[in-house]
Design a protein around this ligand. Structure first.
Ligand code: NAP
Length: 264
């Protein structure tokens, strides 16, 4: 049975991870809880969130379900109000929830067989829905939780992006480079816009001590890509966990992957 009350954070960091009932977000929650932080496992579906939380409780981890749909303003406001009343601050916000609506990943045996729609054939509805979650949802989360992040001593925001969002990479591919790349109009553009937003916030928050960065978890096997990735979600969680652990002396306004900084 999941209790509705959160424990007092005390000196421990309070971390909120969105879209954490499965995949990379779930592993981020696990790895951060293993270091003794109080972790709020964000999930839009209460049942899926409860199942995920119970799995981590069985491992003895201090994890608490926070129901939150990042495309629903009311859901975000209710969640922020609950955290404000029960915990009073958030030290780390990890905008992990994301969707990929293009490409028939589920029916392909391997990455080379994935049927990708040409950018010009992706419907505007797909583009809008993708931006609603990957870009606008993350922005709505930052704006709603910034008052709580300002109450922390050295708050951090990590926006989970993708190397496919790198304009430098797309530019090289455009000019003939044969680096691995998938031209996904809605997904790549929504994450590139998230990267751009990351830098705007980094400029605003520079003097506040709040660090905000974008993370590339790297290609890994989860539901989002029909489990075609070659790494595990636990491996993918590492770049995100690294940025979540940076204190006020750490970087802000960077795009970071497992091998270090990535060109925007
Ligand atoms: P996943 O297993 O499909 O997990 C996505 C999570 O986001 C799920 O918990 C999903 O909830 C949640 N979500 C979707 N829309 C939401 C909404 N409106 N409100 C709240 N939660 C929502 O995919 P993943 O691979 O772990 O992806 C996590 C992040 O990593 C995403 O931002 C993705 O773009 C990024 N990423 C992944 C890879 C990769 O290779 N896997 C590579 C680069 C970047 P439900 O279960 O309810 O659908």
């Amino acid at each position: 049975m999941i209790k509705d009350g959160f424990p007092a954070g005390g000196d421990r960091d309070i971390v909120l991870v969105t879209g954490a009932n499965k995949g990379i977000g779930f592993e981020v929650v696990r790895q951060l809880a293993e270091t003794g932080q109080v972790v709020l496992l964000g999930a839009r579906n209460r049942k899926l969130g409860e199942t995920a939380t119970e799995r981590l409780h069985a491992e003895g981890l201090d994890v608490h379900l926070l129901e939150i749909d990042i495309t629903d303003g009311t859901s975000i406001a209710v969640a922020a109000d609950r955290v404000q009343r029960q915990l009073g601050r958030v030290d780390v916000l990890i905008n992990n929830a994301g969707i990929l609506l293009e490409g028939d990943f589920d029916n392909a045996g391997n990455e080379e067989d994935v049927v990708l729609p040409l950018p010009s054939s992706v419907s505007i509805d797909i583009v809008r829905r993708t931006f609603s979650t990957n870009t606008f949802g993350a922005i709505a989360m930052i704006n709603a939780f910034l008052p709580l992040l300002r109450k922390a001593k050295a708050a951090r925001i990590v926006n989970v992006s993708s190397r496919l969002a790198s304009l430098s990479l797309a530019d090289r591919v455009c000019r003939g480079s044969d680096e691995t790349f998938l031209a996904l109009l809605a997904y790549n553009s929504s994450k590139a816009a998230l990267n751009a937003a990351t830098l705007q916030y980094a400029i605003e928050l520079r003097e506040s001590g709040i660090r905000i960065n974008a993370a590339d978890p790297g290609h890994c096997a989860t539901d989002i890509n029909g489990h075609l990735g070659d790494r595990s979600p636990a491996d993918a969680a590492r770049a995100i966990v690294h940025l979540a652990g940076c204190d006020s002396a750490g970087p802000t306004g960077i795009f970071y992957g497992e091998n270090g900084a990535i060109d925007w």
